[in-house]
Structure formats: structure tokens, C-alpha cells
Design a protein around this ligand. Structure first.
Ligand code: FES
Length: 208
């Protein structure tokens, strides 16, 4: 949330509580991906860069593809106009999201080899760079997990140094994630994006 919203929540907790409950209730029949795509459009309309980054990251985590994000922006053309759509694309490109790399647009998904299973520690995680993305690979209660290194808050690329005692702390605003589950355990409210994984001949593979 912006500093201004944080201020209003403290200054007028009841009124702002009604507002946030209204927003939550208003979208209760929509699936999370659609809800987040609509939020992307509202953030572009208001031209809040921080909000756009936050809801774009959430929409992608909920399975939105770059083509769907672009469709949503173009469908909102009557409300946004070309200038805001171009502004949004500039912000998105500045995030260096691998999905939006022009070479990746329209590419078919496939399995990528990340690491030997034996190299994944019993606790903690390893950071892997593969085909233009960085991922953290960790052991969870139900097997191996691979998480995108981009923070679900505003897309900061979380470095290896952020890893300590089974927790990842994003250097930008301090959201803390448990690497075994990917859940945000402090300061934030969204988990790391998880990739589908499988094991093949002792190697960890992830799909994107
Ligand atoms: S970008 Fe804000 S905590 Fe990571």
C-alpha cells in the first residue's frame, strides 16, 4: 500500500475498513487471475507505478500470460487511451520480466533442467539461473519446489544473499518468505510464484 493509504488506514480505520471490505466483496465471484487483471487496469488508469507492478506480479502468479495482460490493456483502450497503455508497457518492460522478453512472447512452454536433486540442500535453497530466469529451488514437505526469484510484491529480483536460515528477505521492502513453503511469513501477504516441477534421472526440472 502507498504511504497515503497507510496513513488513512491509521487516521480513519473504520471508514477505510469498509472500503477494503467493499473491494474484497465486489470481486468475490471472479477468479483470482481475473480479479488481478482488473486491478492491473485500474492501476494503469490511475497511473500508479507501484500498484501496477504489484498487481501485474499477482496476475502472473495466478496464471495470466503476457498475451492476456496485453489483451486486458488493449480491451481497456476506450478507458485508458494509447498514452496510458504505452506508459504501462514502459513500466512492464522496466521490470525485466522474462515472460515479456520479446523473444519469449508466444513461445511454447517446455521443461527446463535446473539442477541435480543431490545439489538441493536439506534445508535452505539454491538459486539457479536458467534460460533468462532466476529461481530458488528448495525442499518442501511434499517434495521439491522451484520459486521465481521475482518478489510477488513489486517484482524485485531477490538475490542469493537474501537467503538465510531457510528464509528469503526481499531487499526492497523486507517481505520475508519461508523457502520450504514459498509463503510470505512477515511484512507481506502474497507467496512466491511457484513453478510446476518434476524429477527426471536425478535432475530437477521446471516448466514454463
Ligand atoms: S518488492 Fe517490495 S518487498 Fe519485494
Amino acid at each position: 500500500m502507498s504511504d497515503a493509504l497507510n496513513f488513512l488506514v491509521k487516521a480513519r480505520p473504520e471508514a477505510m475498513g469498509h472500503y477494503f471490505r467493499f473491494l474484497k466483496d465486489a470481486g468475490k465471484h471472479l477468479d483470482p487471475k481475473t480479479r488481478n487483471l482488473i486491478s492491473v487496469i485500474t492501476k494503469v488508469h490511475a497511473q500508479t507505478e507501484r500498484g501496477l507492478k504489484q498487481y501485474l506480479t499477482r496476475a502472473l502468479r495466478e496464471g495470466a500470460t503476457p498475451a492476456e495482460v496485453i489483451d486486458a490493456l488493449l480491451m481497456a483502450f476506450p478507458a485508458l487511451g494509447l498514452a496510458r497503455i504505452v506508459w504501462a508497457i514502459d513500466v512492464i518492460l522496466s521490470m525485466n520480466l522474462p515472460e515479456f522478453d520479446p523473444r519469449a512472447l508466444g513461445a511454447e512452454g517446455r521443461w527446463h533442467g535446473l539442477a541435480a536433486e543431490a545439489d538441493v540442500p536439506a534445508t535452505g535453497a539454491i538459486r539457479i539461473e536458467c534460460d533468462g530466469r532466476a529461481l530458488f529451488v528448495a525442499r518442501g514437505t511434499s517434495g521439491l519446489n522451484a520459486y521465481d526469484s521475482l518478489c510477488p510484491h513489486q517484482g524485485t529480483n531477490i538475490p542469493e544473499l537474501a537467503l538465510e536460515a531457510g528464509r528469503l528477505t526481499c531487499p526492497k521492502h523486507g517481505w520475508v518468505f519461508d523457502v520450504a513453503s514459498g509463503e510470505c511469513v512477515k511484512n507481506g501477504n502474497a507467496p512466491l510464484k511457484r513453478y510446476e516441477t518434476r524429477l527426471e534421472n536425478g535432475r530437477v526440472l521446471a516448466y514454463w
